[in-house]
Design a protein around this ligand. Structure first.
Ligand SMILES: [Zn+2]
Length: 68
């Protein structure tokens, strides 16, 4: 998977899905899903899984740009 997950992208796709889905249970599941993804993006490089600080702009392991 080459797509870089960023908070910005996750936020955009969440907004789109929330417009289409009205079932509150599904929305709650999506929120959990996206919260987990958001944490992963800030804690770990989405490409290589290397643990990174949310203050750095580039993964020190694979060089992935981590800024949205
Ligand atoms: Zn990396």
């Amino acid at each position: 998977m080459s797509e870089i997950l960023t908070k910005e992208k996750v936020g955009k796709s969440r907004s789109l899905k929330f417009k289409e889905i009205e079932d509150p249970n599904i929305i709650a599941e999506l929120q959990n899903d996206y919260q987990t993804k958001t944490i992963l993006v800030t804690d770990k490089c989405p490409a290589c899984g290397n643990v990174v600080s949310d203050k750095i702009t580039e993964c020190p392991n694979c060089g992935l740009n981590l800024v949205a």
